[in-house]
Every structure is written in structure tokens, then in C-alpha cells.
Ligand binder design. Structure first.
Ligand code: ADP
Length: 398
């Protein structure tokens, strides 16, 4: 009877043990749930980090400017495609910057960024290519290294030069007729009542110069409209004879004054897909040159034909081999063009022989080229100095 408390204690102990065990199991379950939540969180963070890394790498890879990241020892940690191209390297990761770029000034720029300098924006040449380079530290005190951004500025410099040349050319082209007009007016002022014959001559000369100025103004306007894409093409099927007849009629009097013969050879059923007004401008420019650069009594011809683009044409001129096209040709028996001038005559303001040209803006062929290319065609010239020239251009067949 006196030992009744032993089983009671046992029962209490068992109950306590059971409860403790259940609590421990519950805690373990919670712990496991927490661990797996943390694991999920970690793998989500990992995925986010990877996505962010991929995004950054994608951004850098797509950038037009070169980007290079170096560590504190100036070893390359990351480099994008543009920088690999600018520095002319493929394998760069892990190598020292100077070994890859072989450019001490750029390496010094990175060293300056790593030692905390700012305002690190310079221009360098890599070979003959001008580059703008900017270096920046990564993190406070450049603790993660530095980044170098590289921009190829050769196109910018070329555009700047082209703009300056353009302005210089226009000023020159304006000055010449203006100086002539000034001279003619001075003559008139010096003798306000000249002989009628002299008066007529002076007025005619002034009219010629004023015409040259208006031609320049018109051609500049045409060129700027065509270049800016404002002159939208209205492509319609047209007969090539119709494209040619108006320009020939307009210029025939000029040719007749030089006793030149114009030979036409265009099949009546030949049709092209073209903007008639624009293409007649091309033909006027080519005919005008043919007449101008051919001596008295010479011959000028206009020919049209349909043909398929040959393989060699397609290689040389980038057209699709086999496609059907119309070729229009304006030929002359004139002075011809020297081989060294031939590749440049389609440039704005280029005139091969200013002395012999006798006026002209040097814009006619540049305009013709723009118009033909806007039609998806090609224009080119062949010439034999002293014997004559042939200008050909293509249009899509209708
Ligand atoms: P422009 O005739 O006003 O000088 P273009 O752009 O029409 O300008 O022609 C550029 C240059 O190409 C001419 O100055 C001339 O030197 C050369 N050229 C063009 N057509 C002919 C041609 N048929 N024969 C000889 N030279 C030509």
C-alpha cells in the first residue's frame, strides 16, 4: 500500500516525456519547414541574381560602346563584344589589361580610376582609329576595380569633316557667280550708257550667273529633300520611251547649238517601275553632262534594255542575281573621265576638271545616285579618256 506513488510517478513521467517528445517533434517539423523555406528562398535569390547577371551581360553585349571591367590588379573580369572588336582581341578574361590592349595611356587611365581620380575622359588613337575613353571606379574606393568605356568616334569625326567640307564647298560655289556678277555690275557702273551690243552682252552674262545660282539653290534643295527621305517616291509602271522623251526634248536645243546628234534606241514596249518625275531628273542630269563634256559635232546616245541581273553584277553591285531589271544608258563621244576621277564623280561637289567643265555644281550625279538608289537600282559609269563615257543605271522592271 505504501508503494502506490511509484506507478503514479511513472505515469506522470511518461505523460511528461510524451508531451516533451511531441513538442520536440513539432519543433523539428517547424525547423525542417523553415530550412526548406530558406532553401527555396536561396534558390529564388540565386535565380534572381543569375537573371540580373544575364541581363547586365546582355546589356553590355548589345551596347555599341566598348565596356571593360578590371579588378584592382587591372586584370580583365568582363569585356563586351564591342570592346573585344575595338581592342582586336578574343580571349581577354583573366589577362592583364595592358597585355590585351597594348595601350599604355589607356592602362594609365584605368590606374588613375583605381586610385580614385575622377574626370577621366580622354581621346586616344588605337591604330588610326580615334577612340574616346572614360574610366570610372567600381564601388567606394574602387574596391571592386574599375570600368572603362570606349567609343569609336571616327564616324563622328568624319561627319564633322563632311559638314565643314560641305559648307566650304557651298561658300565657294556661291562666291564664284557672285564675284562675276559684281564684276559685270562694276563694268556697268563705270559706263552707265554702254553701246547696246555691250549692254546686251553684260545682261546676258549676268543672267547666266543668276541661272547658275538658282541651279545651285535648286540642286541643294533637291539633294536635302532626297537625302532626308522627304521626297517620297511614287512608283508606277511607265514606258521607258515616255521617261526619256521629255528630257531629250528639253535638252535637244542645247545639243543642236553644239551640232551634236542624239541617237535614241529604246524598245517601245520597255516598261519600268519608277517615279517618272524623279527618273526624268536623272536623265536630264546625265544628258546635260553628256552634252557639256562632248565637243561640237559629237554624238550622244540614250539606250534602254531589259535584262536579268547576272551573277557578276550581283557580286559587284549587290543586286539579286536573276532578277529582271531595266537598264538605261546615256553615252557620249566626249572628253571621257580619268580613271582616278571615276570612283569619285558621284560624290557631292566632285568635279573632275573644273577648268574644262565650264560651270556646274558637282551635285548632278550625287542627286542622280540618290534617286536611282531610292528606286532600288544602281548607277555606275565607264569611260575611256578622250573617247567618251557611258553612264548606266537600273530600275526595277514593271
Ligand atoms: P557637274 O556636271 O555639275 O560638274 P556632276 O555631278 O553632274 O556635276 O558631274 C560631276 C563630274 O563628273 C563633272 O564635273 C565631270 O568632271 C564628270 N562628268 C560627269 N559626266 C561626264 C561626262 N559625260 N563626260 C565627262 N565627264 C563627266
Amino acid at each position: 500500500m505504501s508503494d502506490w506513488w511509484i506507478p503514479a510517478i511513472l505515469v506522470v513521467a511518461l505523460v511528461i516525456a510524451g508531451l516533451t517528445w511531441r513538442r520536440a517533434m513539432a519543433e523539428r517539423g517547424a525547423l525542417l519547414a523553415e530550412i526548406s523555406r530558406l532553401r527555396r528562398q536561396a534558390s529564388a535569390n540565386q535565380a534572381q541574381l543569375e537573371a540580373a547577371g544575364d541581363e547586365l551581360a546582355g546589356l553590355a553585349e548589345a551596347a555599341f560602346d566598348g565596356l571593360v571591367v578590371v579588378d584592382r590588379d587591372r586584370r580583365i573580369r568582363a569585356i563586351n563584344a564591342a570592346a573585344r572588336a575595338l581592342l582586336g582581341t578574343q580571349e581577354a578574361i583573366g589577362r592583364s589589361f595592358i597585355e590585351v590592349a597594348r595601350h599604355h595611356d589607356m592602362d594609365d587611365l584605368l590606374a588613375a580610376a583605381l586610385s580614385g581620380s575622377d574626370d577621366l575622359d580622354r581621346q586616344f588613337f588605337v591604330g588610326d582609329r580615334p577612340l574616346r575613353a572614360r574610366a570610372m571606379p567600381l564601388g567606394a574606393g574602387a574596391r571592386y576595380g574599375a570600368v572603362l568605356a570606349l567609343q569609336d568616334v571616327s564616324e563622328l569625326q568624319r561627319l564633322g569633316r563632311a559638314r565643314r567640307d560641305f559648307v566650304a564647298n557651298i561658300s565657294h560655289e556661291l562666291r564664284t557667280p557672285l564675284a562675276s556678277i559684281r564684276l559685270l555690275l562694276d563694268t556697268l557702273q563705270g559706263d552707265p550708257t554702254p553701246e547696246p551690243e555691250l549692254m546686251r552682252h553684260l545682261i546676258e552674262q549676268i543672267a547666266v550667273e543668276v541661272d547658275a545660282l538658282s541651279q545651285l539653290a535648286q540642286e541643294l534643295l533637291d539633294l536635302s529633300q532626297i537625302e532626308s527621305g522627304q521626297a517620297l517616291l511614287r512608283l508606277v509602271p511607265v514606258r521607258v520611251t515616255d521617261l526619256i522623251s521629255e528630257p531629250v526634248a528639253r535638252l535637244r536645243p542645247q545639243a543642236e547649238r553644239k551640232r551634236q546628234h542624239i541617237a535614241l534606241d529604246v524598245p517601245p514596249d520597255l516598261t519600268a517601275l519608277a517615279d517618272p518625275e524623279q527618273v526624268s531628273r536623272v536623265i536630264v542630269n546625265l544628258l546635260h553632262n553628256a552634252i557639256k563634256f562632248t565637243a561640237e559635232g559629237g554624238t550622244i546616245g540614250v539606250m534602254g534594255a531589259r535584262r536579268n541581273v547576272t551573277l557578276s553584277d550581283s557580286k559587284r553591285q549587290g543586286a539579286e542575281a536573276g532578277a529582271e531589271e531595266v537598264v538605261i544608258e546615256v553615252w557620249d563621244t566626249g572628253s571621257g573621265i580619268a580613271p582616278e576621277d571615276l570612283p569619285r564623280i558621284f560624290e557631292r561637289f566632285y568635279r573632275a576638271d573644273r577648268a574644262r567643265g565650264g560651270g556646274g555644281t558637282g551635285l548632278g550625279l550625287a542627286i542622280a545616285k540618290h534617286i536611282v538608289e531610292a528606286h532600288g537600282g544602281r548607277i555606275w559609269a565607264e569611260s575611256e579618256p578622250g573617247r567618251g563615257s557611258v553612264f548606266r543605271f537600273t530600275l526595277p522592271a514593271a
